[in-house]
Design a protein around this ligand. Structure first.
Ligand code: AQP
Length: 338
């Protein structure tokens, strides 16, 4: 069966963007692929993480994956740091990837901002770790949003260079799984910025654990423009906030964007926001309640992650051994006591 790897950072509260752009699709894919879903804590620490919060954020994201509908028996769910092979392969890829390739990565430029000289080396090398995450399991497919396409291209370049340099066909070239129209959910405060965990404004996002009141309040305050909703998609030109809210509605309702635009044509935002709130609460409230239940049982979550790490490592170890053999690294693991 084809294999999927994907990850989510434990950098704060999971939000509607994570749910609609990633988790919801992962749930759909779980029975058609052999799936590994990883809480990527090593990626998270490329920027500062409060040591008092990282472990609880890791459990919370795990709870979110399960509450969204991923079955931990069918899927391998684990946190990245617990499978040391991720870091091992990432180092090897640091020696395969070229500086010029990383210099082109737009996400580093966005995240490092003007303070480039002060960004961590880890943030710069982040795409090499991501390539390692995927190739460590010889994953064939990666569900990606727009923002991650460039990183997947890099993973393919690294796989190709490794195979070429050593004259092997060790790594498959992973293919993107493009996930439909709702791939990018924007901030409720600014239709041109991505909804993000690290946005300082709580009102910019709906968290998966928000209750009905919080969802209603945030949507009521969501930025809009003075016009009523347009008659068709062309009328959304230059109206990013309207397009975003309609996109959220269409993704939550699982209905084509054009149909939603046609249904809502001519309505005032105040009315539309009420319908949107009703829909968002209907979808998110049961997930949020299940997340809260799971979060109150950290022993269960740790058990899921430990079991996942064991299963992930069982796949990864032989692949790392194959990499070492290919590179001529003297590998004495088999001679050491377990
Ligand atoms: N706004 C979004 N719309 C659609 N998809 C999104 N994803 C994140 N934000 C949106 C998708 O969720 C998955 C996990 O993302 P992540 O947590 O690993 O990292 P991120 O993309 O950097 O998410 P954030 O919220 O913006 O985190 P911070 O603020 O910590 O950087 C990915 O598949 C991502 O595409």
């Amino acid at each position: 069966m084809d294999r999927i790897f994907s990850g989510v950072q434990p950098t704060g509260d999971l939000h509607l963007g994570n749910y609609l752009g990633a988790l919801k699709n992962w749930v759909r894919l779980q029975h058609d692929y052999d799936c590994l879903y990883c809480v990527v804590d090593l990626h998270a620490i490329t920027v500062w993480q409060d040591p008092g919060e990282l472990a609880s954020n890791t459990r919370e994201v795990t709870a979110g994956l399960i509450a969204a509908g991923l079955d931990p028996a069918d899927n391998i769910i684990f946190n990245q740091s617990q499978v040391a092979e991720h870091a091992e392969l990432a180092w090897i890829f640091n020696c395969i990837a070229r500086l010029g390739w990383l210099n082109r990565m737009t996400q580093f430029k966005e995240k490092a901002g003007k303070n480039r000289e002060n960004a961590s080396v880890g943030l710069y090398a982040y795409p090499n770790l991501m390539a390692a995450d995927i190739l460590l399991y010889k994953a064939t497919h990666v569900p990606v949003g727009e923002d991650q396409k460039q990183h997947l291209e890099l993973a393919r370049d690294i796989a190709q260079k490794f195979n070429g340099d050593y004259g092997v066909e060790l790594f498959p070239l992973p293919e993107p799984l493009i996930l439909g129209a709702a791939a990018r959910i924007m901030s409720l405060r600014d239709g041109s910025a991505k909804m993000s965990k690290s946005d300082v404004s709580e009102n910019s996002r709906i968290n998966m654990t928000d209750d009905a009141d919080a969802i209603a309040r945030k949507l009521r305050r969501a930025k809009t423009d003075p016009e009523a909703l347009p008659a068709d998609i062309d009328g959304l030109e230059g109206r990013p906030e309207a397009a975003n809210l309609l996109g959220i509605y269409s993704a939550l309702a699982d209905r084509p964007f054009e149909d939603v635009v046609a249904d809502q044509a001519g309505r005032q935002f105040s009315e539309f926001k009420e319908s949107l709130t009703e829909l968002a609460v209907a979808v998110l409230a049961p997930i949020g309640a299940e997340m809260a239940r799971l979060i109150s049982d950290p022993g269960y979550l740790d058990g899921v992650l430990a079991d996942g790490a064991e299963r992930a490592s069982n796949i990864a170890r032989p692949i790392i051994d194959e990499v070492f053999d290919t590179m001529g690294i003297l590998n004495l693991r088999a001679r050491r006591s377990p």
